[in-house]
Design a protein around this ligand. Structure first.
Ligand SMILES: Nc1ncnc2c1ncn2[C@@H]1O[C@H](COP(=O)(O)OP(=O)(O)O)[C@@H](O)[C@H]1O
Ligand SMILES: [Mg+2]
Length: 509
């Protein structure tokens, strides 16, 4: 059997270690995997920065745009107010002289524009049908003439290639029953307005930019500082020896990391349990193998020594054969145990448990006949389960084997299997000596045996239970029919396979 090779010391030295991280150099196969992951996903720090900086930049941009708009409106309102005041003052000073209106521009009307920005101020006073009373004649007219009803007209214009803001204001001049409309236009360059806009808006721009800059500098620093415990945790996990199974210390870690440490510790605890169980199993298995090996050695040496005595030599060789049989049985059971345990989810196929039982019974028929045991079966049709054929065969074989092995010569062993609701229930019943109550559960432990005089390994029932549980079922032992012998019951979930529900029992006795 090729499985034996796995157990040779040479193989043991090389094969498993090749796969274990212990044999790999410290920077071995784990590091490239980490590097690959890092290449796929941007770092946590970069992502947090994006989450912070992008919304903040949007917010600052919007605040600056709104601030600019408000500042512009305030500057415009102030400037327009000054222009209108000036125009009203000038219009207020237009009076009759010799039957005609005359404009006398008061200095205050122009002085109100005084500022460090030295804006140029222009005016024009027109009476009635466009007669110029004073000021610059080339001052551009408003897009629509002002009226007393609609009030002054404010507008942008250009004078001598200079952009100007202007107001056109109109009033009616009365005298002895006649009235003359007077239009005053005042315009000024926009130096002070632009300066005011800057003064109102610049500070907001500076504050916003500073805020962005501060966040861009401080957040990475803060993240670096705050992520340090996580990095330490990573180093501690990565730097662990494969068999370092002490729980990790969560002291000093932020609250959010506590569940991660708990989960890691839970995993470590399970690993520890598993590794302890494995270690114990290997120690027990070695112990169990050592006894028949030592016996075999002694028997062979004895056979050599009693070379002349044919009867003694034959007896020694028969004993040696028994030892090798026991070794083979033990090795097979160990391999089956390993197979049952290592298959995480056995490759499941739809199968009829009845067929598995029938072939297991056929295999044991000779052994039963040899001991004059009445081996019978009542196996229903369509006992569909989802399972691994090899493992299920080992499961039922172990139970039938036990029943035949421990039942006295001339006894009776019956296998009954049927569908009960959504379960397939198989019972292996014998009328042998039974199992005392106090060890009925203990016989499911590895290497626990009840009958020292009978050959066996103490692995049959643990294997059977392991396989049943892996298939979502269980194995139970109970006192047999009429309080005699043992009934071993296997319960497996029924699958919806073809023929499910067909409970017509076919007696295969
Ligand atoms: N049908 C049975 N009748 C009586 N004793 C049984 C029966 N099946 C199991 N046992 C007891 O349970 C023990 C453990 O069984 P098992 O795990 O199959 O190991 P093994 O058969 O190799 O001893 C047996 O040694 C025996 O004492
Ligand atoms: Mg057994």
């Amino acid at each position: 059997m090729h499985g034996y090779e796995i157990e040779t010391p040479d193989n043991r030295r090389h094969a498993p270690e090749d796969a274990s991280p212990q044999s790999a150099p410290a920077d071995g196969p784990m590091k490239p995997a980490l590097a690959r992951d890092a290449a796929v996903q941007p770092g946590l720090r970069a992502r947090l920065m994006l989450w912070l900086l992008v919304p903040l930049a949007l917010f600052v941009t919007m605040a600056v745009i709104t601030g600019y708009d408000n500042a512009r409106r305030t500057a415009d309102r102030l400037q327009d107010k000054l222009l209108l005041s000036s125009a009203r003052m000038i219009a207020g000073e237009v009076d009759w002289s010799d039957g005609a209106p005359v404009a006398d521009v008061p200095p205050a009307a122009l002085e109100i524009f005084e500022s460090p920005y030295r804006d140029s101020v222009f005016y024009k006073v027109e009476a009635g049908n466009g007669r110029l009373l004073g000021g610059r004649p080339d001052l551009p007219a408003p897009p629509a003439p002002p009226t007393e009803a609609d009030g002054p007209v404010f507008y942008h214009a250009s004078l001598a290639d200079m952009p100007v803001r202007a107001v056109a204001y109109r009033r009616l001049l009365y005298d002895a029953g006649r009235s003359v409309p007077v239009t005053v236009i005042v315009a000024k360059t926009e130096g002070s307005r632009c300066a005011m806009l800057d003064e109102l808006w610049r500070p907001q721009l500076v504050v916003g930019s500073l805020m962005l800059l501060l966040v861009a500098v401080l957040v990475p620093l803060g993240l670096r500082f705050e992520l340090e415990p996580l990095m330490k945790l990573k180093d501690e996990v990565a730097g662990r020896e494969p068999m370092q199974l002490e729980p990790m210390c969560a002291q000093g870690l932020p609250r959010e990391l506590q569940p991660i440490v708990d989960a890691i510790n839970q995993c470590i605890a399970q690993l520890k349990l598993h590794s302890e169980a494995q270690r114990q199993f290997i120690a027990d298995a070695a112990h169990q193998l050592r006894t028949p090996l030592a016996l075999l050695d002694a028997q062979l040496q004895y056979a050599r020594r009693v070379d002349e005595n044919a009867a003694a030599r034959d007896a020694a060789l028969v004993g040696a054969c028994r030892s090798t049989r026991k070794l083979t049985e033990m090795t097979n059971q160990l391999l089956m145990m390993a197979q049952a345990e290592s298959t995480p989810q056995p490759a499941l196929t739809e199968m009829d448990l009845g067929a598995v039982l029938a072939s297991a019974l056929e295999e044991r028929l000779a052994a039963a006949q040899q001991r004059n045991i009445d081996l019978g079966a009542e196996i229903g049709d369509g006992l569909w389960v989802k399972g691994n054929a090899e493992l299920l065969m080992a499961l039922v074989s172990n139970l039938i084997d036990n029943a035949i092995r421990y039942t006295q010569t001339g006894g009776r062993v019956t296998v009954v299997a049927k569908r009960e609701a959504d379960r397939i229930v198989s019972r292996v019943m014998d009328n042998g000596p039974g199992i005392p109550d106090d060890i009925r559960e203990r016989v499911f432990e590895r290497f626990v045996r009840g009958f020292a005089s009978t050959e066996g390994t103490g692995l049959g029932l643990p294997i059977a239970r392991e396989i049943a549980r892996r298939h979502g079922g269980d194995v139970r032992l109970a006192t047999g029919v009429d309080g005699q012998g043992v009934t071993a019951t296997v319960i497996l979930p029924a699958s919806r396979g073809q023929g499910a529900g067909d409970e017509a029992a076919a007696d295969r006795r």
